[in-house]
Design a protein around this ligand. Structure first.
Ligand code: ZN
Length: 145
């Protein structure tokens, strides 16, 4: 049996949609950094609530949910010192049969050292943005800029 082709339809441009901001959308721009003054880099702030918020996000490297730890960048710190918690990003931990992205990252198995520093900076900035947008930024914790 011979089938007919696809029915021809007259071409018409897609209707124009005008994107309006939602009336109920929160104005994050006014909330971010409004009440807490930014502090200088290098003060290496520690904040457990922030680390917990980071660990609640999916792994930055593989995307798995539920195994995240707050990972610190390995550059810009002295021996035995962690960098500022606000530069953390989520990486998954080891689990039975699987080496996690956190130990792989720390041992430069995900990226060579120079690339890892750049990736860590980007992941840290993206994580800060996500935590602010999700409303998880701990109260009283200064912004990082
Ligand atoms: Zn992972």
């Amino acid at each position: 049996m011979k089938r007919g082709g696809f029915r021809q339809t007259a071409w018409a441009p897609a209707p124009k949609t005008v994107h309006q901001p939602l009336a109920s959308a929160p104005n994050y721009a006014s909330a971010v950094g409004a009440t807490v003054p930014p502090i200088k880099k290098g003060e290496h702030l520690r904040n457990e609530d922030y680390r917990r918020a980071v660990a609640s996000l999916p792994c930055c490297a593989c995307g798995i949910v539920g195994y995240s730890q707050a990972a610190h960048a390995n550059h810009g710190k002295g021996a035995g010192l962690k960098t500022d918690d606000r530069t953390c990003f989520a990486l998954c931990c080891d689990r039975p049969g699987v080496k996690g992205c956190h130990p792989k990252f720390d041992q430069y198995e995900l990226y060579p050292k120079a690339a890892a520093a750049l990736v860590a900076e980007a992941w840290g900035a993206d994580t800060r943005r996500k935590i602010q947008m999700m409303g998880l930024w701990p109260e009283g914790l200064p912004t990082y800029d």
